[in-house]
Design a protein around this ligand. Structure first.
Ligand code: ADP
Ligand code: MG
Length: 434
Protein backbone atom coordinates (compact mmCIF):
# COMPACT_ATOMS: atom_id res chain seq x y z
CA UNK A 1 0.00 0.00 0.00
CA UNK A 2 1.24 3.47 -0.88
CA UNK A 3 2.34 5.62 2.02
CA UNK A 4 3.78 8.64 0.37
CA UNK A 5 1.03 11.22 -0.19
CA UNK A 6 2.75 12.58 -3.31
CA UNK A 7 2.78 9.08 -4.74
CA UNK A 8 -0.89 8.59 -3.89
CA UNK A 9 -1.81 11.85 -5.55
CA UNK A 10 0.07 11.10 -8.72
CA UNK A 11 -1.60 7.69 -8.92
CA UNK A 12 -4.98 9.36 -8.46
CA UNK A 13 -4.23 11.88 -11.18
CA UNK A 14 -3.05 9.18 -13.56
CA UNK A 15 -6.34 7.41 -13.04
CA UNK A 16 -8.36 10.59 -13.46
CA UNK A 17 -6.55 11.28 -16.72
CA UNK A 18 -7.83 8.08 -18.25
CA UNK A 19 -11.30 8.01 -16.76
CA UNK A 20 -12.14 11.69 -17.26
CA UNK A 21 -10.09 13.03 -20.17
CA UNK A 22 -12.46 15.94 -20.78
CA UNK A 23 -11.61 17.60 -17.52
CA UNK A 24 -7.91 16.86 -17.40
CA UNK A 25 -5.53 19.77 -17.26
CA UNK A 26 -1.79 20.04 -17.41
CA UNK A 27 -1.79 22.03 -14.17
CA UNK A 28 -2.99 18.92 -12.32
CA UNK A 29 0.74 18.40 -11.90
CA UNK A 30 0.82 21.44 -9.60
CA UNK A 31 -1.60 19.92 -7.10
CA UNK A 32 -0.36 18.67 -3.76
CA UNK A 33 -1.78 16.89 -0.76
CA UNK A 34 -2.14 19.33 2.11
CA UNK A 35 -3.72 16.88 4.52
CA UNK A 36 -4.53 13.20 4.58
CA UNK A 37 -6.03 12.11 7.88
CA UNK A 38 -9.24 10.65 9.21
CA UNK A 39 -10.54 9.77 5.76
CA UNK A 40 -10.12 13.33 4.50
CA UNK A 41 -7.84 13.90 1.55
CA UNK A 42 -7.29 17.58 1.15
CA UNK A 43 -5.77 18.59 -2.17
CA UNK A 44 -4.11 21.97 -2.48
CA UNK A 45 -4.47 24.00 -5.67
CA UNK A 46 -2.44 26.96 -6.91
CA UNK A 47 -5.36 29.40 -6.82
CA UNK A 48 -9.03 29.69 -6.04
CA UNK A 49 -10.19 29.56 -9.67
CA UNK A 50 -8.56 26.16 -10.05
CA UNK A 51 -9.84 24.96 -6.69
CA UNK A 52 -13.37 25.97 -7.72
CA UNK A 53 -13.04 24.24 -11.07
CA UNK A 54 -11.95 20.99 -9.44
CA UNK A 55 -14.59 21.20 -6.77
CA UNK A 56 -17.35 21.81 -9.33
CA UNK A 57 -16.33 19.50 -12.11
CA UNK A 58 -13.95 16.86 -10.87
CA UNK A 59 -14.96 15.92 -7.36
CA UNK A 60 -16.67 12.61 -8.20
CA UNK A 61 -13.86 11.28 -10.38
CA UNK A 62 -11.16 12.30 -7.84
CA UNK A 63 -13.13 10.72 -5.02
CA UNK A 64 -13.63 7.47 -6.90
CA UNK A 65 -10.00 7.28 -7.91
CA UNK A 66 -8.85 8.09 -4.38
CA UNK A 67 -11.02 5.33 -2.99
CA UNK A 68 -9.83 2.70 -5.37
CA UNK A 69 -6.18 3.63 -4.98
CA UNK A 70 -6.13 3.83 -1.19
CA UNK A 71 -8.67 1.08 -0.68
CA UNK A 72 -10.43 3.30 1.88
CA UNK A 73 -13.52 5.40 1.99
CA UNK A 74 -12.07 8.83 1.32
CA UNK A 75 -13.57 12.29 1.16
CA UNK A 76 -11.77 14.63 -1.20
CA UNK A 77 -11.67 18.37 -0.73
CA UNK A 78 -9.95 21.01 -2.82
CA UNK A 79 -8.41 24.03 -1.14
CA UNK A 80 -6.11 26.85 -2.13
CA UNK A 81 -2.73 25.67 -0.95
CA UNK A 82 -0.61 28.73 -1.27
CA UNK A 83 -2.14 31.57 0.65
CA UNK A 84 0.88 33.80 0.11
CA UNK A 85 -1.06 35.57 -2.56
CA UNK A 86 -4.12 36.76 -0.63
CA UNK A 87 -7.44 35.30 -1.57
CA UNK A 88 -9.48 37.61 -3.73
CA UNK A 89 -11.74 39.91 -1.74
CA UNK A 90 -15.28 38.85 -2.35
CA UNK A 91 -16.39 42.01 -4.07
CA UNK A 92 -17.29 40.26 -7.26
CA UNK A 93 -20.82 38.93 -7.20
CA UNK A 94 -20.49 37.09 -10.40
CA UNK A 95 -22.92 34.32 -11.11
CA UNK A 96 -20.40 32.79 -13.48
CA UNK A 97 -17.42 30.90 -12.10
CA UNK A 98 -14.30 31.68 -14.04
CA UNK A 99 -12.82 28.82 -15.98
CA UNK A 100 -9.11 28.50 -15.18
CA UNK A 101 -8.20 27.80 -18.81
CA UNK A 102 -10.11 30.67 -20.36
CA UNK A 103 -7.27 33.16 -20.20
CA UNK A 104 -5.65 35.39 -22.80
CA UNK A 105 -2.56 33.16 -22.68
CA UNK A 106 -4.63 30.21 -23.76
CA UNK A 107 -6.44 32.05 -26.52
CA UNK A 108 -4.97 31.54 -29.98
CA UNK A 109 -5.05 34.71 -32.02
CA UNK A 110 -5.60 34.56 -35.77
CA UNK A 111 -7.12 36.72 -38.48
CA UNK A 112 -10.57 35.48 -37.46
CA UNK A 113 -10.46 36.93 -33.97
CA UNK A 114 -7.58 39.42 -33.87
CA UNK A 115 -9.70 42.50 -33.40
CA UNK A 116 -11.97 40.90 -30.80
CA UNK A 117 -8.93 39.71 -28.86
CA UNK A 118 -7.17 43.08 -29.02
CA UNK A 119 -10.25 44.96 -27.88
CA UNK A 120 -10.77 42.57 -24.96
CA UNK A 121 -7.14 43.00 -23.89
CA UNK A 122 -7.52 46.78 -24.08
CA UNK A 123 -10.70 46.74 -22.04
CA UNK A 124 -9.21 44.47 -19.37
CA UNK A 125 -6.36 46.96 -18.92
CA UNK A 126 -8.52 50.04 -18.61
CA UNK A 127 -12.16 49.18 -18.11
CA UNK A 128 -14.61 51.96 -18.81
CA UNK A 129 -12.23 54.13 -20.77
CA UNK A 130 -11.39 52.46 -24.07
CA UNK A 131 -14.33 50.87 -25.79
CA UNK A 132 -17.63 51.18 -24.03
CA UNK A 133 -19.67 49.15 -24.53
CA UNK A 134 -17.66 46.41 -26.13
CA UNK A 135 -19.92 44.22 -28.23
CA UNK A 136 -18.62 40.87 -29.51
CA UNK A 137 -20.63 38.75 -31.86
CA UNK A 138 -20.21 35.57 -33.84
CA UNK A 139 -21.46 32.05 -34.24
CA UNK A 140 -21.46 29.55 -31.46
CA UNK A 141 -18.14 28.03 -30.43
CA UNK A 142 -15.87 30.78 -31.73
CA UNK A 143 -14.50 31.99 -28.41
CA UNK A 144 -16.82 34.73 -27.17
CA UNK A 145 -17.26 33.29 -23.71
CA UNK A 146 -13.58 32.41 -23.50
CA UNK A 147 -12.66 36.05 -24.15
CA UNK A 148 -15.11 37.25 -21.50
CA UNK A 149 -13.51 35.00 -18.89
CA UNK A 150 -10.09 36.20 -20.01
CA UNK A 151 -11.12 39.83 -19.50
CA UNK A 152 -12.22 38.99 -15.95
CA UNK A 153 -9.05 37.05 -15.13
CA UNK A 154 -6.91 39.88 -16.38
CA UNK A 155 -8.91 42.74 -14.87
CA UNK A 156 -8.93 40.97 -11.49
CA UNK A 157 -5.22 40.27 -11.74
CA UNK A 158 -4.46 43.91 -12.38
CA UNK A 159 -6.88 45.27 -9.82
CA UNK A 160 -8.04 42.62 -7.35
CA UNK A 161 -10.56 44.99 -5.78
CA UNK A 162 -12.46 45.59 -9.01
CA UNK A 163 -16.13 44.64 -8.75
CA UNK A 164 -17.45 42.47 -11.51
CA UNK A 165 -20.84 41.14 -12.47
CA UNK A 166 -20.64 38.40 -15.06
CA UNK A 167 -24.00 36.94 -16.03
CA UNK A 168 -25.41 34.90 -18.80
CA UNK A 169 -28.33 36.75 -20.28
CA UNK A 170 -30.62 34.03 -19.01
CA UNK A 171 -29.48 34.50 -15.47
CA UNK A 172 -29.93 38.25 -15.84
CA UNK A 173 -33.53 37.60 -16.85
CA UNK A 174 -34.11 34.97 -14.17
CA UNK A 175 -32.68 37.11 -11.41
CA UNK A 176 -34.73 40.03 -12.56
CA UNK A 177 -37.93 37.98 -12.48
CA UNK A 178 -37.04 36.55 -9.08
CA UNK A 179 -36.34 40.03 -7.75
CA UNK A 180 -39.76 41.21 -8.88
CA UNK A 181 -41.45 38.22 -7.29
CA UNK A 182 -39.56 38.60 -4.03
CA UNK A 183 -39.88 42.36 -3.89
CA UNK A 184 -36.10 42.79 -3.91
CA UNK A 185 -35.84 44.80 -7.07
CA UNK A 186 -33.94 47.63 -5.36
CA UNK A 187 -31.22 45.15 -4.27
CA UNK A 188 -31.08 43.68 -7.74
CA UNK A 189 -30.64 47.10 -9.28
CA UNK A 190 -28.00 48.13 -6.79
CA UNK A 191 -26.05 44.94 -7.36
CA UNK A 192 -25.85 45.60 -11.07
CA UNK A 193 -25.59 49.34 -11.21
CA UNK A 194 -22.71 49.77 -8.81
CA UNK A 195 -20.13 47.49 -10.42
CA UNK A 196 -17.00 48.49 -12.34
CA UNK A 197 -17.49 45.85 -14.98
CA UNK A 198 -20.76 44.31 -16.17
CA UNK A 199 -20.62 41.40 -18.56
CA UNK A 200 -23.69 39.84 -20.11
CA UNK A 201 -23.09 36.81 -22.29
CA UNK A 202 -25.51 35.96 -25.14
CA UNK A 203 -27.57 39.15 -25.00
CA UNK A 204 -29.70 37.84 -27.89
CA UNK A 205 -31.80 36.14 -25.19
CA UNK A 206 -33.28 39.54 -24.39
CA UNK A 207 -35.29 39.29 -27.59
CA UNK A 208 -38.98 39.22 -26.88
CA UNK A 209 -38.45 39.93 -23.20
CA UNK A 210 -39.71 43.45 -23.05
CA UNK A 211 -39.61 44.02 -19.33
CA UNK A 212 -36.09 42.68 -19.06
CA UNK A 213 -35.04 44.91 -21.93
CA UNK A 214 -36.45 47.89 -20.12
CA UNK A 215 -34.54 46.96 -16.98
CA UNK A 216 -31.35 46.37 -18.91
CA UNK A 217 -31.77 49.73 -20.62
CA UNK A 218 -31.67 51.52 -17.27
CA UNK A 219 -28.79 49.38 -16.01
CA UNK A 220 -26.89 50.22 -19.15
CA UNK A 221 -27.48 53.95 -18.78
CA UNK A 222 -26.51 54.00 -15.12
CA UNK A 223 -23.22 52.22 -15.78
CA UNK A 224 -22.43 54.05 -18.97
CA UNK A 225 -22.97 57.44 -17.40
CA UNK A 226 -20.59 56.51 -14.61
CA UNK A 227 -17.94 55.34 -17.08
CA UNK A 228 -18.24 51.76 -15.95
CA UNK A 229 -17.38 49.07 -18.45
CA UNK A 230 -20.06 47.04 -20.20
CA UNK A 231 -19.25 44.01 -22.34
CA UNK A 232 -21.88 42.13 -24.29
CA UNK A 233 -21.84 39.16 -26.60
CA UNK A 234 -24.37 37.94 -29.07
CA UNK A 235 -24.83 35.46 -31.88
CA UNK A 236 -25.49 38.26 -34.34
CA UNK A 237 -24.66 41.88 -35.06
CA UNK A 238 -26.63 44.52 -33.13
CA UNK A 239 -28.64 45.51 -36.20
CA UNK A 240 -29.68 41.90 -36.71
CA UNK A 241 -31.08 41.53 -33.23
CA UNK A 242 -34.64 41.74 -34.42
CA UNK A 243 -37.24 42.18 -31.71
CA UNK A 244 -34.86 44.19 -29.61
CA UNK A 245 -35.76 47.76 -28.89
CA UNK A 246 -34.15 50.27 -31.19
CA UNK A 247 -32.82 52.38 -28.33
CA UNK A 248 -30.89 49.34 -27.04
CA UNK A 249 -29.56 48.44 -30.46
CA UNK A 250 -28.30 51.95 -30.96
CA UNK A 251 -26.56 51.89 -27.57
CA UNK A 252 -24.85 48.62 -28.44
CA UNK A 253 -23.18 50.46 -31.29
CA UNK A 254 -21.91 53.37 -29.20
CA UNK A 255 -18.62 51.68 -28.41
CA UNK A 256 -16.88 49.01 -30.42
CA UNK A 257 -18.63 46.20 -32.25
CA UNK A 258 -16.39 43.33 -33.35
CA UNK A 259 -17.11 40.08 -35.02
CA UNK A 260 -15.50 36.68 -34.48
CA UNK A 261 -15.12 34.50 -37.55
CA UNK A 262 -14.58 30.80 -37.94
CA UNK A 263 -10.85 30.06 -37.70
CA UNK A 264 -8.92 29.22 -40.84
CA UNK A 265 -6.77 26.13 -41.12
CA UNK A 266 -3.55 27.53 -39.57
CA UNK A 267 -5.42 28.92 -36.60
CA UNK A 268 -7.20 25.60 -36.11
CA UNK A 269 -3.89 23.74 -36.05
CA UNK A 270 -2.59 26.18 -33.42
CA UNK A 271 -5.74 25.80 -31.34
CA UNK A 272 -5.49 22.01 -31.43
CA UNK A 273 -1.89 22.23 -30.23
CA UNK A 274 -2.83 24.67 -27.50
CA UNK A 275 -5.72 22.57 -26.26
CA UNK A 276 -3.64 19.40 -26.31
CA UNK A 277 -0.91 21.16 -24.33
CA UNK A 278 -3.42 22.25 -21.70
CA UNK A 279 -4.28 18.63 -21.10
CA UNK A 280 -0.67 17.58 -20.98
CA UNK A 281 -1.05 15.65 -24.23
CA UNK A 282 1.76 15.53 -26.76
CA UNK A 283 0.58 15.79 -30.35
CA UNK A 284 2.74 15.56 -33.41
CA UNK A 285 2.34 18.31 -35.99
CA UNK A 286 0.99 15.68 -38.36
CA UNK A 287 -1.81 14.65 -36.01
CA UNK A 288 -2.69 18.26 -35.16
CA UNK A 289 -2.99 18.99 -38.88
CA UNK A 290 -5.12 15.92 -39.38
CA UNK A 291 -7.56 17.04 -36.67
CA UNK A 292 -7.67 20.59 -38.03
CA UNK A 293 -8.57 19.23 -41.46
CA UNK A 294 -11.29 16.97 -40.09
CA UNK A 295 -13.09 19.56 -38.00
CA UNK A 296 -13.65 23.07 -39.15
CA UNK A 297 -16.96 24.54 -38.17
CA UNK A 298 -16.56 25.08 -34.52
CA UNK A 299 -13.82 25.02 -31.93
CA UNK A 300 -15.86 23.13 -29.43
CA UNK A 301 -15.90 20.25 -31.91
CA UNK A 302 -12.13 20.41 -32.20
CA UNK A 303 -11.98 19.87 -28.46
CA UNK A 304 -14.43 16.98 -28.76
CA UNK A 305 -12.14 15.35 -31.32
CA UNK A 306 -9.18 15.75 -28.98
CA UNK A 307 -11.08 14.11 -26.16
CA UNK A 308 -11.83 11.12 -28.35
CA UNK A 309 -8.18 10.80 -29.30
CA UNK A 310 -7.08 11.18 -25.73
CA UNK A 311 -9.41 8.40 -24.63
CA UNK A 312 -8.26 6.21 -27.53
CA UNK A 313 -4.61 6.61 -26.59
CA UNK A 314 -5.34 6.01 -22.92
CA UNK A 315 -7.32 2.84 -23.61
CA UNK A 316 -4.68 1.48 -25.94
CA UNK A 317 -2.08 2.54 -23.39
CA UNK A 318 0.16 3.64 -26.23
CA UNK A 319 1.28 6.98 -27.59
CA UNK A 320 -1.07 8.36 -30.20
CA UNK A 321 -0.14 7.72 -33.81
CA UNK A 322 -1.65 9.10 -37.00
CA UNK A 323 -3.28 5.78 -37.99
CA UNK A 324 -4.86 5.55 -34.53
CA UNK A 325 -6.18 9.09 -34.91
CA UNK A 326 -7.48 8.34 -38.38
CA UNK A 327 -9.25 5.28 -37.18
CA UNK A 328 -10.72 7.01 -34.13
CA UNK A 329 -12.00 10.04 -36.01
CA UNK A 330 -12.52 8.45 -39.41
CA UNK A 331 -16.03 7.22 -38.84
CA UNK A 332 -16.87 10.60 -37.30
CA UNK A 333 -17.06 12.05 -40.76
CA UNK A 334 -20.07 10.62 -42.52
CA UNK A 335 -20.37 13.58 -44.85
CA UNK A 336 -18.99 12.83 -48.26
CA UNK A 337 -19.42 16.22 -49.75
CA UNK A 338 -17.57 17.31 -52.78
CA UNK A 339 -14.32 19.10 -51.89
CA UNK A 340 -14.89 22.55 -53.30
CA UNK A 341 -11.83 24.34 -54.68
CA UNK A 342 -11.30 28.03 -55.31
CA UNK A 343 -11.13 27.22 -59.01
CA UNK A 344 -14.65 25.75 -58.85
CA UNK A 345 -15.80 28.99 -57.28
CA UNK A 346 -14.06 31.20 -59.82
CA UNK A 347 -15.50 29.17 -62.68
CA UNK A 348 -19.04 29.34 -61.39
CA UNK A 349 -18.92 33.03 -60.45
CA UNK A 350 -17.34 34.22 -63.72
CA UNK A 351 -19.90 32.25 -65.70
CA UNK A 352 -22.74 33.60 -63.61
CA UNK A 353 -21.74 37.27 -63.86
CA UNK A 354 -20.33 36.92 -67.33
CA UNK A 355 -16.84 38.26 -66.58
CA UNK A 356 -13.32 36.91 -67.11
CA UNK A 357 -11.26 35.20 -64.37
CA UNK A 358 -8.52 37.78 -64.96
CA UNK A 359 -10.97 40.53 -63.94
CA UNK A 360 -11.27 38.96 -60.49
CA UNK A 361 -7.53 39.17 -59.96
CA UNK A 362 -7.21 42.71 -61.30
CA UNK A 363 -7.19 45.89 -59.26
CA UNK A 364 -10.39 47.11 -60.93
CA UNK A 365 -12.91 48.39 -58.46
CA UNK A 366 -15.94 49.00 -60.64
CA UNK A 367 -19.03 47.50 -59.06
CA UNK A 368 -19.50 45.02 -61.94
CA UNK A 369 -16.18 43.42 -60.96
CA UNK A 370 -15.96 44.26 -57.26
CA UNK A 371 -19.20 42.50 -56.36
CA UNK A 372 -18.38 39.17 -58.09
CA UNK A 373 -14.92 39.32 -56.49
CA UNK A 374 -16.47 39.77 -53.06
CA UNK A 375 -18.90 36.96 -53.77
CA UNK A 376 -15.94 34.71 -54.64
CA UNK A 377 -14.18 35.57 -51.40
CA UNK A 378 -17.32 34.98 -49.43
CA UNK A 379 -17.93 31.59 -51.05
CA UNK A 380 -14.29 30.59 -50.64
CA UNK A 381 -14.55 31.48 -46.97
CA UNK A 382 -17.67 29.41 -46.51
CA UNK A 383 -17.19 26.46 -48.83
CA UNK A 384 -13.44 25.77 -48.60
CA UNK A 385 -11.00 25.38 -45.77
CA UNK A 386 -8.62 28.06 -46.98
CA UNK A 387 -7.50 30.73 -44.54
CA UNK A 388 -8.28 34.40 -45.13
CA UNK A 389 -4.67 34.92 -46.21
CA UNK A 390 -4.84 32.10 -48.72
CA UNK A 391 -8.09 33.37 -50.14
CA UNK A 392 -6.68 36.89 -50.49
CA UNK A 393 -3.70 35.37 -52.27
CA UNK A 394 -5.97 33.81 -54.90
CA UNK A 395 -7.55 37.13 -55.73
CA UNK A 396 -4.68 39.31 -56.76
CA UNK A 397 -2.68 39.12 -53.54
CA UNK A 398 -5.16 40.95 -51.37
CA UNK A 399 -4.69 40.83 -47.60
CA UNK A 400 -6.88 39.13 -45.06
CA UNK A 401 -8.66 42.31 -43.99
CA UNK A 402 -9.88 42.79 -47.55
CA UNK A 403 -11.30 39.26 -47.47
CA UNK A 404 -12.95 39.88 -44.10
CA UNK A 405 -14.42 43.10 -45.42
CA UNK A 406 -15.78 41.26 -48.47
CA UNK A 407 -17.37 38.62 -46.25
CA UNK A 408 -18.97 41.33 -44.08
CA UNK A 409 -20.27 43.11 -47.11
CA UNK A 410 -21.88 39.99 -48.55
CA UNK A 411 -23.25 39.04 -45.14
CA UNK A 412 -24.94 42.42 -44.97
CA UNK A 413 -26.34 42.07 -48.46
CA UNK A 414 -27.66 38.62 -47.59
CA UNK A 415 -29.55 40.16 -44.70
CA UNK A 416 -30.93 43.10 -46.61
CA UNK A 417 -31.28 42.05 -50.20
CA UNK A 418 -33.39 39.12 -51.43
CA UNK A 419 -31.78 39.20 -54.89
CA UNK A 420 -28.33 38.61 -53.45
CA UNK A 421 -29.78 35.83 -51.33
CA UNK A 422 -31.16 33.97 -54.31
CA UNK A 423 -28.02 34.58 -56.39
CA UNK A 424 -25.83 33.16 -53.65
CA UNK A 425 -28.11 30.17 -53.18
CA UNK A 426 -28.00 29.43 -56.90
CA UNK A 427 -24.24 29.81 -57.04
CA UNK A 428 -23.69 27.62 -54.00
CA UNK A 429 -25.81 24.89 -55.54
CA UNK A 430 -23.94 25.10 -58.83
CA UNK A 431 -20.56 24.91 -57.09
CA UNK A 432 -21.51 21.96 -54.92
CA UNK A 433 -22.86 19.88 -57.82
CA UNK A 434 -20.68 16.76 -57.91
P1 ADP B 1 -18.76 30.91 -27.82
O1 ADP B 1 -18.99 31.58 -26.50
O2 ADP B 1 -18.43 31.87 -28.90
O3 ADP B 1 -19.86 29.98 -28.19
P2 ADP B 1 -16.63 29.60 -26.40
O4 ADP B 1 -15.92 30.78 -25.84
O5 ADP B 1 -17.51 28.83 -25.47
O6 ADP B 1 -17.47 30.01 -27.69
O7 ADP B 1 -15.56 28.65 -27.07
C1 ADP B 1 -15.77 27.27 -27.30
C2 ADP B 1 -14.49 26.53 -27.00
O8 ADP B 1 -13.52 26.89 -27.97
C3 ADP B 1 -13.90 26.89 -25.66
O9 ADP B 1 -13.37 25.73 -25.07
C4 ADP B 1 -12.78 27.84 -25.97
O10 ADP B 1 -11.71 27.74 -25.05
C5 ADP B 1 -12.35 27.39 -27.34
N1 ADP B 1 -11.81 28.47 -28.17
C6 ADP B 1 -12.50 29.32 -28.96
N2 ADP B 1 -11.67 30.16 -29.59
C7 ADP B 1 -10.43 29.85 -29.18
C8 ADP B 1 -9.13 30.36 -29.49
N3 ADP B 1 -8.95 31.36 -30.35
N4 ADP B 1 -8.07 29.80 -28.88
C9 ADP B 1 -8.24 28.77 -28.02
N5 ADP B 1 -9.42 28.26 -27.71
C10 ADP B 1 -10.51 28.77 -28.26
MG1 MG C 1 -20.65 31.45 -25.26
Amino acid sequence: MMQDTAEILSAIIARVRTSDPVNCRSWFDDLLVTEFAGGLLQIGCPDDVKAQYLQDRCLPVFTQSAQSITGHLVTVEFVVANRVSPARPDTSMSAVKLHPDYTFDNFVVGPCNRLAHASCVAVSHSPGTTYNPLFLYGNVGLGKTHLLHAVCHEALRQRPSISVQFLSCESFVNRFIAAIEQGTIADFQRALRTVDLLIIDDIQFLREREQSQEEFFHTFNALYNNHKQIILTSDSAPSDLAKLEERLISRFKWGLVTRLDAPGYETRVAIVQKKAGLRGLQLSEEIAQFIARQVHANIRELEGALTILYATAATANEPLTLPMAQQALGHQQPQREKQVTITDIINAVTRYYNIRPADLLSKRRSQSIALPRQVCMYLARNLTRHSLEEIGGHFGGRDHSTVLHACDKIDQLLQSDPTTRSQLAELTDAIQQP
